[in-house]
Design a protein around this ligand. Structure first.
Ligand SMILES: NC(=O)c1ccc[n+]([C@@H]2O[C@H](COP(=O)([O-])OP(=O)(O)OC[C@H]3O[C@@H](n4cnc5c(N)ncnc54)[C@H](OP(=O)(O)O)[C@@H]3O)[C@@H](O)[C@H]2O)c1
Length: 275
């Protein structure tokens, strides 16, 4: 990964931090986004200490704000002339309903709309830097469908339903984007890291947190497939797929429905207003 630039969202903890460490060990220049600069400074020091790679850079971005994402992409483009790997890793699983800076339900905004905007705003640079790769971190909990009648669960909020829908949305986005990017030299795949001991679901009950701690794997293992998709020559030409433990796996039935994917894309454009 020498001379490759990787942009990772949400690397201040969990899977994202281990992904950054793994790619830094392989020699990549790492740029990671944060909404908390002091936490990010500590993370940066830790990555440098563990890897000996000094090319670790921080970019401020609150993914729950369209304006912040747009500024972050602008800043990235002003500082870096190439982007070889974009990893849309950051995510939340709120148990209490939260609203983003743009007045949108927070899980939908952070897990789905943010990767959609960031990817689209960086596509020109990814194309210029080909061969390049986009990796979207989804979840095995992506089952169900898209609740078009109430996509933000305004009538009755359920953190689990909102989380599942956001991750299904991300897979549909991945598959449709892969079709749109055919022949450009840019691949896009998604990864299901499996249950991992991280800070996800911070406001869950003590019992749920305990289950996570007992059953979850080490974040280093949770990051393995993201690192593999970002760096391995084996997957250079593979696009539009869903990976679990470094292998292509089947995802849910609805996640292959291109009518659903197109409908969601249109609804998304109304939200993000970037095209
Ligand atoms: N852990 C699991 O079992 C599991 C299973 C399947 C999928 N996943 C997925 O894996 C990805 C990584 O999650 P994780 O488990 O590593 O959780 P985590 O430890 O909570 O890490 C989440 C990262 O996202 C960042 N983030 C959240 N909201 C943000 C915002 N509005 N703006 C900027 N950054 C924001 C966090 O930043 P702060 O440090 O500032 O909070 C943190 O760096 C997520 O997409 C998650 O859905 C996790």
């Amino acid at each position: 990964m020498k001379n490759k630039i990787a942009l990772i969202t949400g690397a201040t903890s969990g899977i994202g931090k281990e992904t950054a460490i793994g790619l830094a060990k392989l020699g990549a220049t790492i740029v990671f986004t944060t909404r908390d600069n002091s936490k990010a400074e500590k993370t940066k020091k830790e990555i440098i200490l563990k890897t000996g790679n000094e090319n670790i850079n921080i970019l401020y971005c609150d993914l729950a704000s369209f304006e912040s994402i747009k500024n972050c992409c602008k800043e990235f483009k002003s500082k870096y002339k190439k982007l070889h790997v974009l990893i849309n890793n950051a995510g939340v699983w709120d148990f209490k309903k939260r609203i983003s800076k743009d007045g949108i339900e927070n899980i939908f905004a952070t897990n789905y709309l943010a990767p959609f905007i960031m990817t689209n705003l960086l596509l020109d640079l990814l194309k210029k830097s080909k061969p390049s790769r986009i990796i979207n971190v989804t979840s095995g909990m992506h089952y169900g469908t898209i609740n078009f009648n109430d996509i933000e669960f305004k009538q009755r909020f359920s953190g689990a339903k909102a989380y599942r829908q956001s991750k299904l949305g991300l897979i549909l986005f991945t598959r449709l984007l892969a079709k749109k990017l055919k022949g450009t030299g840019v691949t896009v795949n998604c990864v299901q890291p499996g249950m991992t001991k991280t800070e996800l679901g911070r406001d869950a009950s003590g019992f749920s947190r305990m289950i996570f701690k007992l059953m979850g794997k080490d974040p280093k293992l949770g990051a393995e497939t993201s690192i593999y998709l970002a760096s391995s020559p084996d997957v250079e030409n593979i696009t539009g797929e869903y990976f679990v433990r470094k292998e292509i796996k089947k995802s849910s039935k609805n996640s292959y429905d291109m009518e659903l994917a197109n409908k969601l894309w249109d609804v998304t454009l109304n939200y993000v207003k970037i095209n």
